[in-house]
Design a protein around this ligand. Structure first.
Ligand code: FAD
Length: 368
């Protein structure tokens, strides 16, 4: 008899949902994580009474009613609506691109005026077959929106000039002709009151949890500890990088506590000029309408990624997709191992998609 039904590698959202559901089924789960905390990338650190999103700002949004009801079992959500502001030199614009943005940019009032202005700029450029990202964005939104709000931000994100980036990166540039600053189009949105870590803590009730425990070390001595393994670590690492290393894009956070109650008046401010080295400043307290006397801000610097550093965004270009496909084939054949989550599948997943994927994996297991 093995000691556990499941060894779950990774105490992030995927692992926690899986553990919670299987514990309810009467299974015994051991969850391990190499970090010194649970919750993976949605972990929040309490600083000055403020939930600081340590691995980047996380806003829950979904149109999936089942997932929304699922997550609401574990927390009440506040009514936070993501409405970022863009700062270009000394000008401030609302995002996403909407009538508030156009009104400020062009001094117009009506949707018809905004459409005419943008159309005029697009026609002036006369780009018929965009050869690169710059031409693509110009042909979709005109010169003003591109130069003030797209160019610098995108170049910082990718570490390259827009002229040297492929056009397909930007398929659409949604322009919204209503006065509406809600960034997401989803039906449900908010921030969990009490933070994300508390949700994961609840999900892991009834499971055994070991932190500071790396799977590759742990399995040397504990190969037979569980019937099955749920693996949410890096897909390529599991197979010892035999087809090569899957690439990620990284981001560095510079977090600072300030002796003032309100630094920028909004949770998210994007810096869209190239000369400012960071892409965004997050002021964490505004996600929860905090009234603490101090405030905590994080500057985000996109950066190259090297093996061994924290992996953030999978680079879904052709080369990586081909390699990931080969690893996924191996993963499918691996007996008694379930691969899941953003690293285990090498996919960018928002939180709602991770929950849906974990619930699907649970259903598959139950029917096995
Ligand atoms: P993770 O949270 O990464 O959990 C995996 C865990 O496995 C980690 O804790 C890791 O330490 C552990 N692990 C890895 N290897 C090993 C090993 N060898 N041994 C032991 N443990 C190991 N989604 C949204 O819906 N809204 C947002 O606003 C949003 N913002 C984001 C911002 C950023 C910068 C990023 C990168 C992602 C964002 N996401 C957002 C996506 C969200 O972070 C993911 O959907 C979610 O965290 C994925 O959960 P997971 O369990 O798959 O992975």
């Amino acid at each position: 008899m093995k000691k556990y039904d499941y060894l779950i590698v990774g105490a992030g959202l995927f692992g926690a949902v899986f553990a919670h559901e299987m514990t309810k089924e009467g299974k015994k789960c051991l969850v391990i994580d190499k970090r010194d905390h649970i919750a993976g990338n949605i972990y929040c650190e309490n600083v000055e009474g403020i939930n600081v999103h340590k691995y980047g700002a996380h806003i829950f949004h979904t149109s999936d009613k089942v997932v929304w009801e699922y997550i609401n079992q574990f927390a009440e959500f506040n009514n936070y609506i993501n409405s970022p502001v863009a700062r270009y030199k000394d000008e401030l614009y609302n995002l996403p691109f909407n009538m508030n943005t156009f009104s400020k940019m062009f001094g117009i009032k009506t949707p018809a005026e905004a459409k005419a202005k943008i159309q005029e700029e697009i026609e002036e450029l006369g780009i018929t077959e965009p050869k690169n990202l710059e031409e693509q964005a110009l042909s979709l939104a005109g010169r003003s929106v591109y130069e003030k709000l797209v160019k610098g931000y995108t170049e910082k994100q990718w570490g390259r000039d827009c002229k040297d980036l492929p056009a397909f990166i930007i398929k659409r540039l949604p322009l919204r002709f209503i006065y509406d600053n809600n960034y997401f189009n989803d039906r449900f949105q908010g921030i969990p009151m009490g933070g994300y870590t508390a949700i994961v803590e609840k999900m892991l009730e009834g499971s055994d949890v070991l932190l500071n425990t790396d799977y590759y070390e742990f399995r040397k001595e504990n190969a037979d500890i569980a019937e099955k393994t749920v693996y949410t670590g890096m897909l390529d690492k599991y197979f010892d990088y035999k087809y090569g290393v899957l690439e990620y894009r990284s981001v560095r956070f510079e977090t600072e506590t300030l002796d003032m109650d309100n630094y920028q008046g909004n949770a998210v401010v994007n810096y869209t000029e190239r000369e400012v080295p960071y892409t965004r400043i997050i002021e964490h307290k505004h996600f929860e309408y905090g009234t603490q006397p101090k405030t905590v801000i994080s500057r985000e610097y996109p950066s190259e990624w090297k093996l061994g550093e924290e992996p953030y965004y999978p680079v879904n270009n052709e080369k990586n997709e081909e390699v990931a496909g080969k690893y996924r084939e191996l993963a499918d054949k691996e007996e008694n191992v379930i691969f899941g989550g953003r690293l285990g599948e090498y996919r960018y997943y928002d939180m709602d998609k991770v929950i849906a994927a974990a619930l699907k994996a649970v259903e598959k297991e139950k029917n096995n």
